[in-house]
Ligand binder design. Structure first.
Ligand code: ATP
Ligand code: MG
Length: 716
């Protein structure tokens, strides 16, 4: 209706309106942080629906996280005031890829109830594949193969397409063959890993043009947020779908490309203009999020990068508070200072929900969490140490997966002897051999095996009890509430009891987590929906809107905004992260710098940077030096604050090295720190590995384009 149209288009600037109202043909919005890109996408969807150009179900919108998808859904509903019927296809590349794949699974050799493997299952399966080839696993670890295979999948390469040079890099040229064997195993297990969700879509579209055509016809409008972080597979997928009607609009910021280590390629921005000639390119230059000093500090910092498209950013907001820089003696003091600052703001009436602590690696979280617990400050960890990746949760999920899908071999293998049922290696090997010979899933093999006289009495009874129990539980799926069933399964299997009898310090926490798992299932209609959620969720399950401080990684903060942002750990080695520098050199450094830009630009009114002179790394205290990014901040937009003297290990001259904002990392101190870090086995590298699960294969160099390099602000 006209009234609705007037209201949602109000208060937009002319460029934003252009990006929204150019509904037909390709549109690319390239703009810096906080300029309203996401708002443009959301409003565009509302506009398309309100103008009657398409039904919601004919719109495909891709966001970077599930959380962003949920928020966008809410806002569209709000903008339209409930006039629209149904909702667009709105989700991450993976969730939409999964939806499409389930509809056509049989065309790519899967069943529609295929299992989505997580990293842990993936590694175990690769280990089996490596062992089956008699390859020395110590020399050629499964993790390394996983990195290669993920890299190939990110680039849309099926086993037959792997360049021989790259195949040669693993196990003396057997990389490609192992990849093929691994894919074969996945199919036998009716399983897909994360990379497959899109790769199998690509195969589906290529081998079944009629299926592709049906989606090209359906999706009249396609929209993509955070476009700078798409990888090649995602880009190819998008291009196939968009080539039908060509109504594709992408928004992104090359300065916020922070997933290169996971295969994202900022060159996709250039490819877009090439593949969709005549695209309307819109630049947004007004930042609506941050005050002047914050925007100036961020712009100045990222201008140190060479590989940029370059852009102008200004704000009409007031200069506001300067970015603050605070040095702490050690990471404990850093956590204490942040806690005090939060309490002070709270006393002045600021909302905890508008505060966030953004860390470089998730290992930084523990000290901050501990401090908040001591202070009684409510907080939530977003995307941090993932609940679903804890041992007891993974075991419990394996039980539930077996109940839902008796052919889930990996899950069955995980719990067949957990808790201990006296099934030795010999019995398990017998079971495997039987399954291979009879070409049946493991659980069925177990069921058949106990009817023979091949097993000794004790394992035979144990295995019979277990398979009978699974049959009983599976029968209950239709009858019982799924969370009650989960509780029953954990009780009757002896799993809960195993932890009740356990005397280690963690046992109580594990039992608490199991309870939490059962509780969380209530939110889902049934067991299948819950398991689907678990396989897709990359963020923490915690989604309540209560008054809490958010703690998350810089990577996880993309697209978000808070009044106050705390940025701890700005030290060489930690940030920029040593591993990124070692693996990718200058490109790695520039990606780290973009991460700093993302961090600062999350702040609306207050941005607080910290560094500690001493930090524990792998349990050992090490002295550190301030990050080079601190030197790169523009002095006039930054205020150096003093930590209270009673904490201080080093006196009034503590910032001598930081000021006068010159080059400090090139000092002997820096070299010493580097050497120390090497001696201790690579410094922060391992932490990054554990926080992000590796990646790096298939990485390409930075985007280097001649062009304007402008970063100015209305301030100063
Ligand atoms: P990022 O690059 O960090 O993802 P973005 O470009 O997507 O940022 P948005 O999150 O869409 O930016 O917008 C930033 C903030 O500015 C939001 O709070 C948004 O509501 C606000 N905003 C955007 N456009 C306008 C406008 N025309 N008038 C008022 N506020 C606006
Ligand atoms: Mg955004």
């Amino acid at each position: 209706s006209g009234g609705a149209q007037a209201s949602y288009l109000q208060n937009l600037n002319p460029e934003q309106r252009r990006a929204i109202e150019t509904t037909e043909g390709p549109v690319l919005v390239l703009a810096g942080a906080g300029t309203g890109k996401t708002r443009v996408l959301t409003t565009r969807i509302a506009h398309i629906i309100a103008s009657g150009l398409a039904f919601p179900s004919q719109i495909l919108a891709v966001t970077f996280t599930n959380k962003a998808a949920r928020e966008m859904k809410e806002r569209i509903g709000h903008l339209l005031g409930g006039v629209a019927e149904g909702m667009p296809w709105l989700g991450t590349f993976h969730s939409i890829g999964t939806k499409i794949l389930r509809r056509h699974a049989e065309l790519v050799g899967l069943r529609s109830d295929f299992t989505i493997l997580d990293t842990d299952d993936q590694i175990r399966l690769m280990r089996q594949v490596i062992q089956a080839e008699n390859i020395d696993e110590k020399r050629w670890p499964a993790r390394a193969l996983a990195a290669f295979i993920d890299g190939w999948k990110n680039r849309g390469l099926t086993p037959d397409k792997v360049p021989s040079g790259e195949s040669a890099a693993f196990a003396n040229g057997r990389g490609g063959k192992l990849y093929a064997a691994y894919q074969e195993r996945l199919k036998q297990l009716n399983a897909a890993d994360f990379g497959d969700l899109l790769l199998e879509n690509l195969r589906l579209f290529r081998e079944h043009p009629d299926v592709l055509q049906s989606y090209q016809d359906r999706f009249r409008y396609i929209l993509v947020d955070e476009y700078q972080d798409t990888n090649v597979a995602q880009y190819l997928w998008l291009r196939l779908l968009a080539q039908g009607r060509r109504n594709v609009s992408c928004v992104g910021d090359d300065d916020q490309s922070i997933y290169g280590w996971r295969g994202a390629e900022v060159d996709n921005i250039l490819r877009f203009e090439h593949d969709f000639p005549g695209a309307v390119v819109v630049r947004l230059e007004r930042n609506y999020r941050s005050t002047g000093h914050i925007l100036a500090a961020a712009s100045h910092l990222v201008a140190h990068n060479e590989g940029r498209l370059g852009k102008t950013l200004h704000t009409e907001d007031e200069p506001g508070d300067k970015v603050t820089l605070t040095g702490a003696w050690d990471s404990e003091e850093e956590a204490r200072l942040i806690g005090e600052e939060i309490e002070a703001l709270q006393t002045k009436g600021h909302s905890l929900a508008q505060m966030a602590v953004l860390v470089r690696i998730s290992a930084q979280m523990r000290e901050i969490e501990d401090r908040f617990v001591t202070l009684g400050l409510p907080y939530r960890v977003i995307g941090g140490p993932r609940f679903y990746e804890r041992l007891e949760i993974r075991d419990a999920l394996a039980y539930l997966r077996c109940v839902a899908n008796p052919t889930d071999d990996l899950a069955f293998e995980r719990i067949v002897n957990t808790p201990k049922r006296g099934l030795g290696d010999a019995t398990l090997e017998q079971m495997h051999a039987f399954a291979r010979k009879a070409r049946v899933p493991l659980m069925q093999a177990a069921r058949m095996l106990v009817e023979t006289d091949e097993l000794k009495p004790k394992p035979r009874t144990a295995l019979r009890d277990l398979t009978t129990a699974f049959a009983r539980w599976a029968a209950e799926v239709e009858r019982m509430k799924h969370n009650e069933l989960a509780e029953l399964v954990l009780e009757e299997s002896g799993y809960t009891e195993m932890w009740q009898k356990d005397r280690t310090a963690e046992a109580a926490g594990r039992l608490e987590n199991l309870k939490e798992l059962v509780r969380s299932m209530e939110e889902f209609p049934d067991l299948g929906a819950f398991l689907e959620h678990v396989s897709l969720v990359m963020e923490a399950s915690d989604n309540d809107s209560a008054e809490k401080v958010s703690i998350m990684t810089l990577h996880g903060a993309k697209g978000l905004e808070f009044d106050t942002v705390f940025l701890p750990g700005w030290e060489e080695g930690l940030f920029p992260n040593q591993r990124a520098l070692d693996e990718s050199g200058k490109a790695g450094l520039e990606e780290e710098r973009r991460l700093a830009y993302v961090g600062i630009t999350r702040a609306r009114r207050r941005c607080k940077i910290y560094f500690a002179s001493n930090r524990r790394i792998h349990g050992m205290w090490q002295s550190t030096i301030p990050s080079r990014f601190i030197d790169e901040l523009p002095e006039k937009h930054v205020e150096v604050t003093e930590a209270p003297a009673h904490y201080g290990g080093y006196g009034g001259s503590r910032f001598d090295r930081v000021q006068p904002f010159g080059s400090s990392y090139d000092t002997p101190g820096w070299q010493r720190a580097q050497a120390r870090s090497r001696e201790s086995g690579g410094g922060f590298g391992e932490s990054r590995q554990s926080a992000y699960g590796g990646g790096g294969a298939g990485r390409k160099g930075p985007l280097l384009i001649e062009g304007e390099l402008v970063a100015k602000s209305s301030v100063g």
